[in-house]
Design a binder for this molecule. Structure first.
Ligand code: CP
Length: 313
């Protein structure tokens, strides 16, 4: 792994476009090794002993923040969590000053989640250490796309030339953008499905097909990714009601009959049961939702190891 390690050391991870297809495969291979660590009785290796990781989260998170914390701790790093409510951000301290002050404490990596697109990239310019994008507005969520690729790879044995559908609130979804970029890097044909008001202007420029019919979207696909409606990012009503939305865009067992028998159903979470995905589908045999969460720890261990440890570890 010497070559992979040297390539990553000290870098940032801000978006999928920061990576080549070979580097993504290197991350997947490293993540598989770390998945084994999480299945041992003693879930800890000394790889990042003496390193410090800061989770700087300006938006709520269950999966990303917790899995970065568990990932860092399983690698023996010291992990510090900072949220806006319990930090001096609540006293009016700016993002710039917050990053500069954290950087002055000499961490090895800062994981940034922020509502503003570009905030992690800005942190990367001023922090003097590796910055990992933990999700910035509707822009990017690269580690989610990487763990999604790992989940697909484990099931299908490949991430090449897939047919994928992404269904739901594409407009506000950083997960959709990062997954479109990642899947297309490996030759995928990606279809997005949503009401017209929940698609970004000029969505076809992302190189995707568009449909407003969920049955058409799921038919013949290897992978179907469902997304929640992000009401917290909506200034105005973009559809009449959640009930009407779910009538047309919920992945129910009935809709799933249009899909292939080996379809993979994914969702980055949090899920809204009965809105974008029916409970029996979310908990059913095609669902990989909890595998995605398991892979979140392994992939974030790989990212932290390669950015902060690398060749010297
Ligand atoms: N998938 C994801 O980013 O979930 P959280 O918002 O809980 O981190």
């Amino acid at each position: 792994m010497e070559t992979v390690e040297k390539k990553f050391r000290g870098r940032h991870l801000l978006q999928i476009a920061d990576l080549t297809a070979d580097e993504i495969m290197g991350l997947l291979n490293t993540a598989y090794k770390f998945k084994d660590v999480s299945e041992r009785e003693i879930k800890k290796v000394p790889t990042l002993r003496g390193k410090t990781i800061v989770n700087l989260f300006y938006e709520p998170s269950t999966r990303t923040r917790t899995s970065f914390e568990i990932a860092g701790k399983r690698l023996s790093a010291d992990v510090i969590n900072i949220s806006t409510s319990s930090s001096s951000v609540s006293k009016g301290e700016t993002f710039k000053d917050t990053v500069l002050n954290i950087a002055a404490m000499k961490p090895d990596a800062i994981v940034v989640r922020h509502g503003s697109p570009g905030a992690p990239a800005y942190a990367a310019r001023i922090a003097g250490c590796s910055v990992i994008n933990g999700g910035d507005g509707a822009n990017a969520h690269p580690t989610q796309a990487l763990l999604d690729l790992m989940t697909i790879h484990e099931k299908k044995g490949t991430v090449e030339n897939l047919k994928a559908a992404i269904v739901g609130d594409i407009l506000h979804s950083r997960v959709a953008r990062s997954n479109i970029n990642a899947l297309k890097m490996f030759g995928a044909e990606v279809t997005v499905c949503a009401p017209p008001t929940l698609l970004p202007h000029g969505v076809k420029a992302l190189g995707v097909k568009v449909t407003h019919d969920i049955r058409e979207a799921v038919a013949d696909k290897d992978v179907v990714m469902m997304l929640r409606i992000q009401t917290e990012r909506m200034q105005q009503g973009l559809f009449p009601s959640l009930r009407e939305y779910s009538e047309h865009f919920c992945l129910s067992a009935k809709v799933l009959k249009s899909a292939r028998p080996d379809v993979l159903i994914m969702h980055p979470g949090p899920i809204n049961r009965g809105v974008e995905i029916a409970s029996d589908v979310a908990d059913g045999p095609y669902s990989l939702i909890l595998s995605q969460v398991t892979h979140g720890v392994a992939m974030r261990m790989a990212v932290l190891y390669l950015l902060c440890g690398g060749a010297e570890s």
